[in-house]
Design a protein around this ligand. Structure first.
Ligand SMILES: O=C(CO)COP(=O)(O)O
Length: 303
């Protein structure tokens, strides 16, 4: 299942639809930053808690229909979602307008992909300009299915991110290793290489959220353990500190995706460097999606 396209009919074959949610926690959450972390990698300087709001992202994706999407929108509009979390949904292109016209304005909309540069004669592609025109605030780039099914490489994805940001479209930048890469001990190498391509192209990180999605966990029901996820998240933050800046490392939200559900979200959300989620299948069920969103609220994280 594709990360960015959560929430819509994940059971249907064919192109994806998605809903994703991002949450921002209040500064009360800061106590969570002092939680002891058992990880081989830690930042050498303390982060500034107040500078890094918690963000949860949930989404799910596969296909949807107008009717199934209406149901999901209705569920979301009536869900009790904590107000300190940024929630973003990412429907398939063809349903963005429908969602935009019916979904509460408290939830922002993301596309699942965008063209690499200025719009023009690129038949079949959707431009950043068009996405902005229909009210998208975000785009998901580098999802594993774009990388490994469609064949997009790191540089192409990095350029897409650079262009989207240059036009003020925020980016959910996906990274993650395949199972064989993990088993070969290459998880960090793969993630850092993907990060490097983003870093080489983005003009700044204020509008970037990093989504760590191990490919082996996406749509498989095999979620990373909280420790496995935290280990990569803290390594990503450390990479940002060393290669971009301590400020960016401190502020950038790093969310986890891959078989997140209503039962495992709470333990994952407790990890210090997990700032939210990118949800696929579980976001197709309104109440479960709400549970996931609310698992990253600052109040709970601080508890
Ligand atoms: O990548 C994802 C959604 O697009 C994650 O999907 P799952 O939550 O179903 O594993």
């Amino acid at each position: 299942m594709a990360a960015a396209s959560a929430f819509l009919a994940s059971q249907l074959p064919g192109p994806k639809s998605s809903f994703s949610g991002l949450r921002r926690a209040s500064l009360d959450t800061n106590q969570a930053f002092f939680r002891k972390i058992h990880s081989p990698l830690t930042l050498s300087t303390p982060r500034t808690p107040s500078s890094r709001p918690v963000l949860a992202m949930a989404g799910s994706g596969k296909n949807g229909t107008k009717d199934s999407i209406n149901k999901l929108v209705s569920d979301l509009n009536s869900a009790k979602l904590e107000d300190d979390v940024d929630v973003v949904v990412s429907p398939p292109f063809v349903y963005i307008d429908q969602v935009k016209n019916s979904l509460t304005e408290k939830i922002e909309i993301s596309a699942q992909n965008s063209w690499v540069g200025k719009g023009g004669a690129f038949t079949g592609e959707i431009s950043v300009e068009q996405l902005i025109d229909i009210g998208c605030k975000w785009v998901i780039l580098g999802h594993s299915e774009r990388r490994h099914v469609i064949g997009e490489d790191d540089q192409f994805i990095g350029k897409k991110a650079g262009y989207a940001l240059s036009q003020n479209l925020k980016v959910i930048a996906c990274i993650g290793e395949k199972l064989e890469e993990r088993e070969a001990g290459k998880t960090f190498d793969v993630c850092f290489e993907q990060l490097k391509a983003f870093a080489g192209n983005v003009p700044g990180w204020d509008d970037v959220v990093i989504a760590y999605e191990p490919v082996w966990a996406i749509g498989t029901g095999k979620v990373a353990t909280p420790q496995q996820a935290q280990e990569v998240h803290v390594a990503v933050r450390d990479w940002l500190k060393k290669n971009v800046s301590a400020d960016v490392a401190s502020k950038t939200r790093i969310i986890y995706g891959g078989s997140v559900n209503g039962s495992n979200c709470a333990e994952l959300a407790k990890q210090e460097d997990i700032d939210g989620f990118l949800v696929g299948g579980a976001s197709l069920k309104g109440p479960e999606f709400a549970t996931i969103v609310n698992s990253v609220t600052s109040k709970k994280v601080a508890a």
